[in-house]
Ligand binder design. Structure first.
Ligand SMILES: Cc1cc2nc3c(=O)[nH]c(=O)nc-3n(C[C@H](O)[C@H](O)[C@H](O)COP(=O)(O)OP(=O)(O)OC[C@H]3O[C@@H](n4cnc5c(N)ncnc54)[C@H](O)[C@@H]3O)c2cc1C
Length: 451
């Protein structure tokens, strides 16, 4: 029997792949639902108006996500095409830096100064910096944070300030906590002369019916082999080196023995809520579990009766260093005709607000300055979700702190004894849904190759 812990995208992809290869699997999940950080809250802001607590956007290069969606017969919506609708003609994102607007042209012109430096560093770092495969320049850059790199290369510029804000909300940690290799890797992946904020990532697609339909489809295939409400609390190995896993379900504790175990839960949870002392993990693995960066993210969704942002040339997307960090219209191309437009505010950090109403007002106080009329167009409905408080993820997604490309990257995924590891945090260069799916399939291949 193969035991998989965690019924998120990674654990379910692993279970699905193993079942297809003819193995017996059992999936243990702490919460009463499957899906983990793919979590669509249906009708959250009105009939048919769903919101995404976690993942939503799919890049054109996310072939594993797009492939799974196609296999499951899901409807993929092209958000670029939705941008072409008449009311959005001539609009674009608003960038707000140091108290005033920063146009894309200004940002591009300032980036022209930084580009040759980034390109040279990217070349010197090589395609995929990983522990044990770091060039001398990769090690130097890894020792710096994103903030330090920008202070050295574009000191005192608005571009530097803008990039710090953008990388903070995109990667889930302050720019001072992120290894500079994140920035060099993503910007350096741009074609010469292009300024994609996060390289070729284009956030082009979303799923009609919500991201959760991906995990629902997989869960149907895995069927009654999924056991919800089972909280992993301890790991050890028996005398034959087989994994023994301890689960609690209410007041019941039980031990489960497995031929192989796939741990598809975040390291943040494994390190702080599971006793791993008897598992026989190497010091390297324990270090990766205990030290790997885990981002924070708060998502607040607000319903709007109209789209006041179009009157100032904004398509709903904005980045601001003045407190709210980032927002975009989540329902663009997805909402049923005539239903409210939903704006999502994504911020890194823990929420200091007491509930959704307060969080929504906090966002509007700042957004109103950029888009007058926003407060009066708000329907008064809002929901908010703070991932760092969710007990089964304790954060948003993994990142590398300065020095961790050199000290950790790659160690997350390596199998040890009869333990295997899956989850976005085990895909060093992709902490999104694509990384989660590929990690699950990779772990399934390791298991089948080892039996
Ligand atoms: C705010 C936010 C926005 C995001 N946006 C995007 C996006 O736009 N595009 C994109 O591609 N990705 C995005 N992501 C990332 C994406 O959601 C994740 O990469 C992916 O869902 C992770 O899947 P996973 O299976 O690795 O982990 P999870 O989904 O976290 O699954 C782990 C499972 O393990 C369970 N578990 C935890 N502890 C225990 C325990 N002790 N015992 C048993 N079970 C346990 C959990 O309940 C969970 O079901 C976003 C994430 C967040 C938080």
């Amino acid at each position: 029997m193969i035991v998989i812990v965690g019924a998120g995208l990674a654990g379910l992809s692993c279970a699905d792949a193993l079942l297809r290869a003819g193995y017996e699997v059992e999936v243990y999940e702490a919460s009463e639902r499957v899906g983990g950080r793919c979590w669509t809250v249906r009708d959250a802001l009105g009939d048919g108006v769903d919101v995404e607590r976690g993942a939503q956007l799919i890049d054109s290069s996310d072939s594993a996500v797009l492939g799974l969606a196609a296999e499951l017969g899901l409807d993929t919506v092209d958000l670029w095409a939705a941008q072409q609708e008449e009311s959005l003609q001539g609009t674009g994102p608003l960038l707000h830096v140091e108290g005033r607007l920063f146009s894309l042209e200004e940002a591009g012109a300032e980036y022209a100064e930084l580009e040759p430096v980034v390109r040279a560093d990217h070349l010197a770092v090589g395609a995929e910096p990983l522990r044990g495969r770091m060039t001398p320049r990769a090690l130097e850059l890894d020792a710096l944070s994103v903030a330090e790199y920008l202070d050295l290369t574009v000191p005192g510029t608005r571009l530097g300030r803008f990039l710090k804000t953008a990388y903070t909300w995109e990667l889930g940690a302050d720019a001072a906590e992120l290894s500079a290799l994140h920035l060099v890797g993503l910007l350096g992946d741009n074609e010469p002369g292009e300024f994609g904020l996060f390289g070729p990532a284009d956030a082009r697609y979303a799923l009609r019916g919500g991201t959760e339909s991906l995990v629902e489809g997989l869960a149907r295939r895995v069927g009654d082999r999924i056991r919800c409400g089972e909280v992993l609390t301890a790991l050890r190995t028996d005398s034959a080196d087989r994994p023994v896993l301890v689960f609690e379900n209410g007041s019941t504790t039980r031990e489960v023995r497995a031929e192989r175990a796939v741990l598809a839960l975040p390291f943040s949870v494994l390190a702080s809520r599971v006793d791993v002392t008897g598992a026989g993990f190497t010091a390297e693995k324990r270090r990766a579990m205990g030290e790997l960066g885990m981002g924070t993210a708060v998502r607040t969704h607000l319903g709007f009766a109209s789209r006041p942002w179009t009157s100032v040339g904004c398509n709903g997307a904005a980045v601001s260093d003045g407190g709210f960090q980032s927002c975009w219209e989540e329902t663009l191309g997805l909402a049923p005709e005539g239903s409210p437009a939903v704006m999502v505010n994504l911020r890194t950090g823990r929420s200091s607000y007491d509930g959704a109403q307060e969080a929504a007002r906090g966002f509007l106080e700042r957004f109103e300055y950029l888009v007058p009329g926003s407060t009066s167009a708000w329907t008064g409905r809002a929901v908010t979700w703070d991932w760092s408080r969710h007990p089964w993820s304790l954060g948003s997604y993994a990142f590398y702190r300065p020095g961790q490309f050199g000290s950790i990257s790659g160690a997350e995924a390596t199998p040890e004894r009869n333990w295997h590891f899956a989850g976005e945090h085990t895909s060093p260069h992709n902490s999104g849904m694509n990384g989660a799916i590929t990690s699950g399939v990779r772990a399934a291949q390791e298991v089948s190759g080892s039996i």
